[in-house]
Write a protein that binds this ligand. Structure first.
Ligand code: HEC
Ligand code: HEC
Length: 285
């Protein structure tokens, strides 16, 4: 089956169910944050992203007003949560009497570049770890503290704080070696049609990006901007919460945030953004 055929079939099905895709023109604009951090929002697709020539940040697809909010930290409503993350960083919690800072000290130094390479393999645990899993591992095993809820506000705050230390760096997750099986599993999920609408991630974010779906301008579903501040719910949203929402939109049963399936999917989706800049916290509608 060629990709063209799949697209046409999908569009026919989507039309029948009231999900019309309508073409629209792409705007070309540059994202420079605070007048100094130049973001790569479009670049050549990595070789392993076979069906795309170019990868494009979700920022490109948003309205001028939403785009502008992300260009200056004073305007970016997500930055408040970075401040909250900083309070959490310094807060002693748990039975060991530690804060994150007890061991990792200055977040700007110790967490520089970290977000860009997650999810990644953890040798000792023998598992692929998302940033959220790593944060909770430290909470539990280094602090004797309770885990953050996987998509909780506190988790999103901490992810945002750590991500800011990589802003402007290219996403660069590994896809081979010990993570390869997980990556393959994530790819499989990405192309699997689910729900009553029988739509895969690819049907929307690969076959139809740039088109309108209902009132929304479809992006490639990249996660280089996560956690993302959404104007819609006025808070930071984690990648797994977004995956859950998208799967639900196909009227399927969703996997749980933090599940092996979503971890694999996160690794795969992250790898499709290899070369785009870490933008978090980005702003979306
Ligand atoms: C008692 C010491 C200790 C405390 C407290 C601690 N960590 Fe860690 N953390 C570690 C160790 C040890 C590692 C593993 C270092 C390594 O091998 O990369 C680690 C690794 C990490 C990493 C992965 C870094 C990388 O390069 O992949 C992150 C992210 C992290 N910690 C976040 C946190 C956060 C957030 C907190 C507070 C909620 C915290 N840690 C509290 C000891 C600690
Ligand atoms: C029915 C179409 C549809 C399907 C299927 C779908 N999505 Fe989405 N997705 C959307 C829409 C609409 C948005 C909001 C506009 C945008 O950012 O593309 C969105 C947004 C996203 C975003 C946020 C991008 C950003 O930059 O903020 C991510 C990530 C994402 N989707 C991932 C996925 C994944 C992974 C799957 C498969 C599990 C999936 N989506 C399936 C329609 C879909």
């Amino acid at each position: 089956m060629t990709i063209k055929t799949a697209t046409r079939a999908t569009t026919a099905f989507a039309l029948a169910t009231g999900l019309a895709f309508a073409a629209t023109a792409d705007e070309a604009a540059d994202l420079v944050v605070n007048g100094e951090i130049e973001m790569v929002t479009r670049t050549a697709a990595p070789e392993h992203t076979e069906n795309l020539d170019e990868i494009i940040s979700g920022w490109v697809f948003r309205s001028d007003e939403t785009q502008t909010l992300q260009m200056d930290d004073f305007d970016n409503p997500g930055m408040i949560f970075v401040d909250q993350g900083m309070d959490q960083w310094n807060e002693v919690a748990g039975t060991a009497g530690n804060s994150c800072a007890t061991c990792h000290e200055d977040v700007e130094e110790s967490m520089a570049g970290v977000r860009a390479v997650y999810p990644k393999w953890n040798e000792e645990a023998g598992e692929v770890r998302t940033l959220a899993m790593q944060i909770n591992d430290c909470r539990e095993n280094q602090m004797g503290a309770e885990k953050y809820g996987y998509t909780s506000g506190q988790m999103a705050n901490m992810e945002a704080l750590i991500s800011v230390q990589s802003r402007g760096l290219p996403v660069n997750v590994a896809i081979d070696g010990p993570v390869q099986a997980t990556w393959e599993a994530g790819k499989e999920l990405y192309y699997t049609r689910t729900g009553q609408l029988e739509l895969s991630c690819a049907n929307c974010h690969e076959d139809n990006y740039g088109n309108m779906i209902r009132a929304d301008h479809l992006s490639q579903g990249q996660i280089n901007g996560f956690p993302v501040y959404r104007l819609k719910n006025a808070k930071l949203n984690t990648a797994h919460a977004r995956f859950k929402g998208c799967v639900r939109d196909t009227r399927a049963e969703t996997y749980k945030p933090g599940s092996a399936e979503f971890v694999a999917l996160e690794l795969y989706v992250a790898s499709r953004g290899n070369g785009l800049s870490v933008e978090a916290p980005s702003v979306r509608n």
